[in-house]
Design a protein around this ligand. Structure first.
Ligand code: ADP
Ligand code: MG
Length: 238
């Protein structure tokens, strides 16, 4: 059985249909990348999975359980944003510890989990710094660390590298691949960048206008695109 099931999901804002009949099964451990032009509904879909946005129509189930029946804090998903969304007055350690503190974990456990995440992300020497004293890449690693400590079943990434310069983006892609190999947790990743999607995805989902155009392994989409949009988007030769 699929770990995450997206069944006939649609969403409108007023008269605007943002997503139409999105269907997708995601297996445990898969690295799934949603890719498509700006405005095609990627963030809206991710926000519905995370609970930041109400599901319009249809169902999203994690391990067979409808997600909208579970409080967002206990859904087993953790989201990483493009804008980092770190607390500016807190240190890197405190930022990573925050959700555990809210969940009333004991101090020793919190320290252990934060240090483990810091080790994975090579942040050990930066834990006492505040976001203002960190580079963009370091801030994004803290934001990823904050998700890791929650030990989610599914990571949700919304264009996490879009604010970084090209060189750093390439480096962070490699780090994300390593992170996935290490944790083996399901990752759902949204980007408008075709190269990023091709590099990261086990399964690539090409969207346009609120509709899934095609879904499959990146090379299969490249070799055998279903339509002109997919061909153009993944850069297939014609
Ligand atoms: P993407 O992440 O692919 O760039 P979004 O999911 O952010 O796209 O947005 C898809 C469409 O929905 C856009 O046209 C956007 O303006 C619209 N939209 C997103 N959120 C809202 C909202 N809260 N209210 C009204 N329209 C929205
Ligand atoms: Mg978006």
């Amino acid at each position: 059985m699929a770990q995450l099931e997206i069944v006939n999901v649609s969403k409108s804002f007023g008269k605007t249909d943002v997503l139409r009949n999105v269907n997708l099964d995601i297996s445990s451990g898969e690295f799934v990348v949603f890719v498509g032009p700006s405005g095609c509904g990627k963030s809206t879909l991710l926000r519905m999975i995370s609970g930041l946005e109400e599901i319009g129509a249809g169902h999203i189930r994690l391990d067979g359980k409808a997600m909208n029946t579970v409080d967002p804090a206990h859904r087993g998903v953790a989201m990483v944003f493009q804008s980092y969304a770190l607390y500016p007055h807190m240190t890197a350690f405190e930022n990573m510890a925050f959700s555990l503190k809210i969940a009333k974990e004991n101090k020793g456990v919190i320290r252990e989990k934060v240090e483990k995440a810091a080790n994975i992300l090579r942040l050990e020497h930066l834990l006492e710094r505040r976001p203002g004293e960190l580079s963009g890449g370091q801030k994004q690693r803290v934001a990823i660390g904050r998700a890791i400590v929650r030990e989610p079943k599914v990571f949700l990434f919304d264009e996490p590298l879009s604010n970084l310069d090209t060189e750093l983006r390439v480096q962070m892609r490699a780090e994300l691949i390593q992170l996935h190999a290490k944790l083996k947790t399901t990752m759902i990743y949204v980007t408008h960048d075709q190269v990023e999607a091709m590099t990261l995805a086990d399964k690539m989902v090409v969207m346009n206008g609120g509709v899934i155009q095609q879904c499959g392994r990146p090379l299969d989409l490249y070799d055998d695109p279903d339509n002109e949009f997919v061909a153009g988007f993944v850069g297939s030769p014609r």
